[in-house]
Design a protein around this ligand. Structure first.
Ligand SMILES: NC(=O)c1ccc[n+]([C@@H]2O[C@H](COP(=O)([O-])OP(=O)(O)OC[C@H]3O[C@@H](n4cnc5c(N)ncnc54)[C@H](OP(=O)(O)O)[C@@H]3O)[C@@H](O)[C@H]2O)c1
Length: 273
């Protein structure tokens, strides 16, 4: 069983949602933290709260992970702080929602930049040191969206399919190095993921970030290479999608997303949302 006590964990996207839950849970398990996201104020507030309740070191690095130079900048700061990273939780992520051709292009690029480019950048830069030290762990937060094409979340699901494939391949490459790599696949989770759009999640079908974070960290501690930290039906959906032709799966997913109104999404005015 992996012990988080006195390890140093980097959590990206720690300013809210799942990342905040990962940070709080890791601190309660005795891990020191490096919190990364754009919202410096939110990170400092969280860091202050964690320091008050847990005897762990918490550092904050404000970074825009959609900037291709940011993984190197984050790692430079970690080195300046004199830290060795034992666990990387690649959680930061975002995605465009709505019909691909009817929505702005830029958020799709940002989604690839944050969910894919920054993720592999941080894995490359921090993973090398872990292998050199013969120990360490990486948790890449993908999604149940990784397992099938998702009309109205087309590029987002594709980024998560990348994370799934990349993580499984890397886990095998480093299998005998002392470094463990795990993908986590939450289903719908009650966070601000759809904030600033008219899209919403059905509260009855969502898990809480606190539960998802706890199950992810338990699974990693147990040595799993894959984690489905949400409700059991998420996993059943993933298996079902493997049984049918991909065109059928895309049709069904498109139907479900239309029922959820994702074919008719617009952005909320930032001033009022
Ligand atoms: N919620 C779900 O239903 C669900 C389901 C499966 C998987 N996931 C995955 O879980 C992860 C966390 O999502 P969430 O639901 O917690 O969403 P969220 O509440 O919107 O939080 C997203 C986090 O990512 C950070 N982030 C976004 N863009 C960034 C950028 N350019 N640079 C640095 N940080 C950035 C945000 O921080 P700043 O805005 O401060 O930068 C925030 O901390 C994502 O990878 C998501 O794909 C979510």
């Amino acid at each position: 069983m992996h012990d988080y006590t006195n390890t140093t964990a980097v959590v990206t996207g720690a300013s809210k949602g799942l990342g905040e839950a990962y940070a709080r849970d890791l601190a309660s398990r005795g891990a020191h933290l490096v919190l990364v996201a754009r919202s410096a104020d939110a990170l400092h507030t969280l860091a202050g709260q964690i320091r008050k309740t847990h005897s762990v070191r918490v550092d904050v690095i404000a970074a825009d992970l959609s900037d291709r130079r940011s993984p190197q900048a984050v790692v430079n700061t970690i080195e300046e702080l004199g830290l060795n990273v034992d666990l990387l939780v690649n959680n930061a992520g975002m995605g465009s929602v709505g019909p691909f051709l009817g929505r702005p292009l830029e958020p799709n690029f940002q989604s690839v930049d944050v969910n894919v480019t920054a993720l592999i950048g941080l894995v490359h830069l921090l993973g090398a040191g872990m292998v050199e030290r013969g120990r360490g762990g990486i948790i890449n937060v993908a999604s149940t969206a990784a397992f099938q094409p998702m009309p109205y979340q087309a590029s987002y699901a594709a980024t998560k399919a990348f994370v799934l494939s990349f993580t499984e391949a890397l886990a095998e490459e480093v299998r005998s190095t002392g470094v463990r790599v795990m993908a986590a696949h939450p289903g719908a989770t009650a966070t601000g993921f759809f904030d600033r759009t008219t899209a919403s999640m059905d509260p009855k079908a969502t898990d809480t970030p606190v539960d998802v974070a706890a199950r992810t960290l338990d699974d990693f501690a147990r040595g799993r290479s894959i984690s489905f930290p949400g409700r059991a039906s998420n996993r059943a959906g993933v298996w079902a999608s493997r049984l049918f032709p991909r065109t059928t799966v895309a049709r069904v997913t498109g139907h479900l997303n239309r029922k959820a109104g994702l074919d008719d999404v617009s952005d909320l005015d930032p001033a009022t949302s």
